[in-house]
Design a binder for this molecule. Structure first.
Ligand code: 5CA
Length: 437
């Protein structure tokens, strides 16, 4: 993509309303624009990142055996009256009436709708488990939308749902998601610590939040120091194997979100206790038959008797992750995207537009990188080099290739790694070799 053609409305000034780095940097880098409090448009740069995150989430859900589908954003109120949550949800739910004065709502989550789909078509224990997910916009009319996409009113969530015959089977589904979450966040370069959590309005008896430690996190969390340098999931996971020992390995050590923290346990940890602020990027719940009972989602068991199915739901804040990743990876100059989620892998800077040799070298590099499947943003604007360098640092692409007349005389261009700031003068061929995927 040539920058002269790319819609990248960067801001020079720091927006006054932005209190934390990710919000500030997303606005400055032209990644998002606020439409109304807690509601954002995703501009091309931000949208590319959102799509990359979504794709990683999708691949790991598929690998764990969950099937993608898509439910609507607008739901009928009746289903929520059946579960009893229509009143419980209070002002956080955006309620709408259609032209026939039927009560509708913009979904804050999808337990009711998926349970309705399940009960209409699954009748026998032989058709279990059912493991489904979708990636869809949600709306929660938060009292205090803040920190940009971190606590929005409209936000993109991946939500999965499992239906099983009994507790043991439900636990297997829960464990699949537990491991899939660790792998998902790890692929984005994040260490998300699984913490014992409160299940809140979703209900249920088993729940973990996946939390990234960051100064700007919304809540205070406590965990064992071992989580900080723990070896995360590696190698291949067989999702049909017994995952319990693996999950136990992660849950044996103390890690708790604010309302689950235990003074005594923390005291006993002594120097091994780490207390910090955390960002919740995922939350998984097992809630048994809370919804299946209320909504009559029954299957015939092996003994011929009807049973209300055991359910779990599993959320990832896809749009929140964009902010969370920036909180984890930035410096004074801007964003530092981890490669797997970067909007482009390489920023190519021509520092002397109008110079034939520079234009030719850049053109060749641009073509060759793209031919090799490398995503490149080519800054071909006629601006001062300083402005271009600052802009490239701000948007945080992992690699910068700087082409200027002086280096080119010796057949050299500069390769800079955004993360370390390290620069190297290399031949065009070496740069191409280094950046080959
Ligand atoms: N039904 C369950 C699981 S599917 C559920 O709704 N869980 S949740 O409330 O914990 O939300 C799942 C994830 O969505 C959270 O872990 C968080 O990462 C993200 N999320 C929740 N509220 C917001 C919000 N206001 N803005 C951005 N992301 C949010």
């Amino acid at each position: 993509m040539r920058l002269t053609k790319f819609f990248l409305p960067t801001l020079k000034e720091t927006p006054a309303e932005a209190q934390i780095a990710s919000h500030r940097l997303m606005l400055r880098a032209g990644a998002i624009r606020q439409a109304s409090a807690g509601i954002y448009s995703w501009l091309p740069l931000g949208f590319r990142v959102l799509k990359k995150i979504e794709q990683i989430v999708r691949e790991e859900q598929d690998a764990a055996g969950f099937q993608e589908m898509l439910m609507p954003t607008i739901q009928p109120a009746e289903l929520w009256r059946e579960s009893g949550r229509y009143d419980d949800y209070g002002k956080e739910m955006l309620r709408i009436q259609d032209r026939h004065e039927r009560d509708m709502l913009f979904g804050p989550t999808n337990e009711e709708l998926i349970t309705d789909i399940f009960r209409a078509s699954v009748r026998s224990y032989r058709d279990l488990p059912q493991l489904l997910y979708h990636i869809q916009w949600k709306f929660r009319d938060e009292v205090r939308p803040r920190f940009g996409v971190m606590r929005g009113r409209e936000f993109l969530m991946k939500d999965s749902y499992s239906f099983d015959l009994d507790y043991e089977a439900a636990k297997r589904s829960y464990n699949k998601m537990f491991i899939a979450y660790l792998r998902t966040f790890e692929r984005m370069g994040l260490k998300a610590i699984p913490m014992r959590a409160d299940s809140g309005p979703i209900g249920g008896d088993m729940s973990h939040e996946f939390v990234i430690l960051a100064e700007t996190g919304e809540s205070e969390v406590g965990c064992h120091r071992d989580f900080i340098d723990m070896d995360w999931i590696s190698s291949d996971i067989g999702y049909e194997d017994d995952l319990q020992p693996l999950v136990d390995g992660f849950t044996a050590k103390y890690a708790a979100t604010d309302d689950q923290r235990d003074g005594e346990q923390e005291k006993a940890l002594g120097d091994d206790l780490v207390v910090g602020r955390g960002i919740e990027v995922g939350h998984i719940f097992h809630f048994g038959n809370k919804y299946s009972k209320a909504m009559n989602a029954l299957v015939t068991g092996p003994d011929g008797a009807d049973v209300a199915v055991e359910m779990g739901s599993y959320g990832i804040g896809v749009s929140r992750l964009v902010g969370a990743i920036i909180e984890a990876f930035h410096d004074d100059d801007g964003i530092i995207w981890p490669e797997p989620v970067a909007p482009f892998r390489v920023g190519l800077i021509n520092i002397k537009v109008g110079d034939d040799a520079c234009a030719e070298a850049c053109g060749n590099l641009y073509e060759a990188l793209q031919a090799g499947g490398v995503e490149v943003l080519y800054d071909d604007r006629d601006l001062r080099p300083g402005v271009k360098f600052a802009g490239m640092d701000l948007i945080g692409l992992p690699w910068q290739v700087v082409v200027g007349p002086r280096g080119l005389k010796n057949g050299l261009v500069e390769l800079k790694e955004r993360k370390t700031g390290e620069r190297q003068e290399l031949s065009i061929e070496s740069v191409l070799a280094r950046l080959a995927t």
